[in-house]
Each structure stands twice: as structure tokens, then as C-alpha cells.
Design a protein around this ligand. Structure first.
Ligand SMILES: Cc1ncc(COP(=O)(O)O)c(C=O)c1O
Length: 393
């Protein structure tokens, strides 16, 4: 039978506790969401500052018509709202020029594939880089090598060896904050290394925009501040809308605007979307109390975990993984939490390496301390239950 393999692939995933299913979110209100008529506290979203529900952002969507761009940005899909957003992004990042993509996946894929289109060039990517960077790099003509996670000694070896071989175009790729672990890249060391090896640095700041300060765009190294050659970030996390941008030199952005197929052959996001995104970025800046609340919630979570003997990862960002180690146990704990009204999605292989299946707990400015403490207590009990001692939440 043709395509019988797709059924088999699904059955295999099911059997290994690895099948993913879409859930329908019926409503969202503050830190809560409704699924199949039941309300849960959401500890799985990336809306770290609560901007997706901000009245100013929501009304901005309604202000800037039309609702659809109607064409690629290189045809008639680029409005003054898109331009205003790009101008703001240049100010924010200190880069000369910026361009917009409909998704972060498309942006990363496009940069890696388009910029690294020569077989003699080399991409050095952190082992835990997002799928969009890896897939983009694998589709490029360049050679892809991965350095051990945040291991600058390994990166240095790879860079030195590439320099000895005379590789001319080397792109080092990392995330500012890693999406599944929440830890930060050693930005100064990455910048020093790329500078000393005459290579370029590309940073994916999807999970640091709005969450970390200006150091994510302008990095201290060798006694002064420097910018990475390429900075990318998404709007779908702390900014609360969707889509992404890439910023860099005028030449780089012009090159991508001419050669990146994800940009040229794809309808732009709407003017309404661009306006709402800009409104969100400006509001985030004008309301620093949101970030302060997020930071205080992160601290409250870590303290509660310590009090309950829960081992958390080395992260001081909004992403706080609790490693469980097997897909079945991860989903079991996730279900216990759901029964108690907490939505904490289990993240399994192949999204994370084998045996590091986890609860990827995310915090938001929308949570309060009581909610965090209640979830952590329930999590501690669920962890005990899975280890054999059944306790009540
Ligand atoms: C680090 C990182 N980069 C890129 C992306 C892709 O962004 P988008 O969701 O806008 O496609 C994500 C999203 O999950 C991400 O976590």
C-alpha cells in the first residue's frame, strides 16, 4: 500500500510515548487558559511578559488596516508600518538594517541557507541550537559542524582548525538563551573567539528579547562593546505577537532581501501585525514593571523548588526545565499536574536529546507567587508519586 509507512511511523511514536497531539485552547485570561471547558494555570507558554493580552497591543491590531499584506515584501507587501518596525529594531539592536520574516523558523533557515551557500564555507553551531538553525544549516552548501553546548574550548579548536585549513567564511551560530534549557550562551567568549578567528557570529535571541537587557545586542568584549554580525529574534515569545526579524549590516540585509527565498517568495505579515508588534516593543520598554515581575517570579520559582528539593537546571531566565529522563514518566507527571489545574507540557525526544525528557516550565509576568508556589508543591508531590510514594496535592 502506498505511504503505509506514515501509519507505521505514527504507531511507533505512540508506542514509545512520543506521539504529539494538538490541543485546542478555547480561551486565555491572564495566566490561565481553557482547554475542553476546564481552566488551567499555564506554565508552558512563551508569552513571558503577558504582552499578547495587553490592551494596547490588541487594539493596535485593529488600528492599522489592511489585515493582510496581500503580497511578498519585495512586491507590494511592505507598508510604512513594516518600515517603522524595522527602524525601531535598528535602534534596539544598534544594527544598520533589519528585515522581517513571518516566522522565526523561516528567518533562521533563510539566513543559514542563503548566507552559507558556498561549499567552502563553514557553519559552527552550538549542539543545542534550535531545529530551524540546524535544518537551515543542513540545507546549506556549507559544511556544518556542531560544538559541544556552550563549550568555548571546543569551539576554539574547531575555529583554529578551520583557520589552518584556510576556510574563508565561517559563521558561528548560537542562541542567546537556549529554548529548552533556559541557560545563556557565553556571549563575550563567543564574540572574542569569532573576532580573533575572523569569523561572524549569529545570535538567535528568540528567548532573550524582552527578558535580558541590552547586553544581548551589544556584547562586552576586549574592554568595549561589540555587536554580533547577525542578530535574529522572534516576536512570538515575549513580544506577544508572531514573526521574526534579522538585523545586520546594510549589505547583509540587502543580500538576504535579494537571495533569501523564504523572504522573496512568501507573503509578508500584515501591516496590522507590524503595528501591533511595534506597539508591543514600545510598551515593553515603557512598562519595565513587567520584566521586574517576571524576574521576581523566576526567583520565587527557584526558591520554592529548593524548599521542595526539586532539582532545577542552571537557568535564571523564564525557561526552567525539570529533567525527568523518560518520555512515559514525563507525560505521567504532566498529566498529574493537569488534573490539579496546572498546564505543564512534557517535552520529549527528539525535541530534546534522548533520556533528557523534561517538563519545560515557563514563567510569565502574569503569574503570581501563590500560583507558582501551588504549582511547585503539586510538582513535588507528583515527583514523589512517580518515585513510588503517593502523596496528595
Ligand atoms: C530559539 C528559537 N529560534 C527560533 C524559533 C522559531 O520561531 P517561530 O516560532 O517564530 O517560528 C523558536 C521557536 O520555537 C526558538 O525557540
Amino acid at each position: 500500500m502506498p505511504f503505509e509507512r506514515i501509519q507505521l511511523a505514527l504507531a511507533e511514536r505512540q508506542q514509545q510515548d512520543l506521539l504529539r497531539q494538538t490541543v485546542i485552547v478555547e480561551a486565555m485570561q491572564g495566566a490561565s487558559l481553557q482547554i475542553q471547558g476546564k481552566w488551567y494555570l499555564n506554565f508552558s507558554g512563551n508569552d513571558y511578559l503577558g504582552m499578547s493580552q495587553h490592551p494596547k497591543v490588541m487594539s493596535a491590531f485593529a488600528q492599522a488596516l489592511p489585515a493582510g499584506a496581500g503580497a511578498s515584501p519585495v512586491v507590494t507587501g511592505f507598508s510604512q508600518h513594516h518600515q517603522a518596525l524595522c527602524d525601531y529594531l535598528c535602534q534596539l539592536t544598534g544594527q544598520e538594517s533589519a528585515m522581517l520574516f513571518s516566522s522565526g523558523f523561516a528567518a533562521n533557515y533563510a539566513v543559514c541557507k542563503t548566507l552559507m551557500g558556498e561549499p567552502e564555507s563553514l557553519i559552527l553551531a552550538d549542539k543545542l541550537s534550535h531545529a530551524s538553525l540546524i535544518d537551515g544549516a543542513m540545507s546549506a552548501e556549507a559544511t556544518l559542524k556542531r560544538f559541544k553546548h556552550n563549550d568555548t574550548v571546543h569551539l576554539q579548536k574547531l575555529l583554529s582548525s578551520a583557520s589552518r585549513q584556510g576556510v574563508k567564511d565561517i559563521l558561528v551560530v548560537s542562541e542567546g538563551v537556549f529554548s529548552m534549557d533556559g541557560d545563556k550562551a557565553p556571549l563575550s567568549a563567543l564574540l572574542n573567539l569569532t573576532q580573533s578567528h575572523n569569523s561572524w557570529l549569529m545570535l538567535d535571541n528568540a528567548h532573550s528579547i524582552g527578558v535580558l537587557g541590552p547586553e544581548q545586542f551589544s556584547i562586552a568584549a576586549n574592554g568595549s562593546r561589540h555587536k554580533p554580525q547577525i542578530v535574529m529574534a522572534t516576536f512570538g515569545k515575549a513580544v506577544g505577537t508572531g514573526g521574526a526579524f534579522v538585523a545586520g549590516s546594510k549589505t547583509l540585509i540587502s543580500f538576504l532581501q535579494n537571495f533569501a527565498r523564504h523572504y522573496v517568495y512568501s507573503t509578508a505579515f500584515s501591516a496590522a501585525h507590524a503595528h501591533a508588534t511595534l506597539t508591543s516593543l514600545k510598551t515593553m520598554d515603557a512598562e519595565p514593571q513587567r520584566l521586574a515581575q517576571l524576574q521576581s517570579n523566576i526567583a520565587a520559582f527557584k526558591t520554592a523548588c529548593k524548599q521542595n528539593d526539586i532539582v532545577v537546571a542552571d537557568s535564571d531566565t523564564a525557561i526552567q526545565p525539570v529533567i525527568i529522563g523518560s518520555p512515559g514518566a514525563t507525560m505521567h507527571i504532566s498529566q498529574i499536574l493537569q488534573q490539579q489545574g496546572f498546564w505543564v507540557t512534557g517535552i520529549r525526544y527528539p525535541t530534546v536529546p534522548k533520556n533528557s525528557d523534561r517538563l519545560r516550565i515557563t514563567l510569565s509576568a502574569l503569574h503570581n507567587e501563590n500560583q507558582i508556589s501551588a504549582m511547585v508543591t503539586c510538582l513535588a508531590n507528583a515527583l514523589h508519586e512517580v518515585n513510588g510514594a503517593v502523596l496528595q496535592c
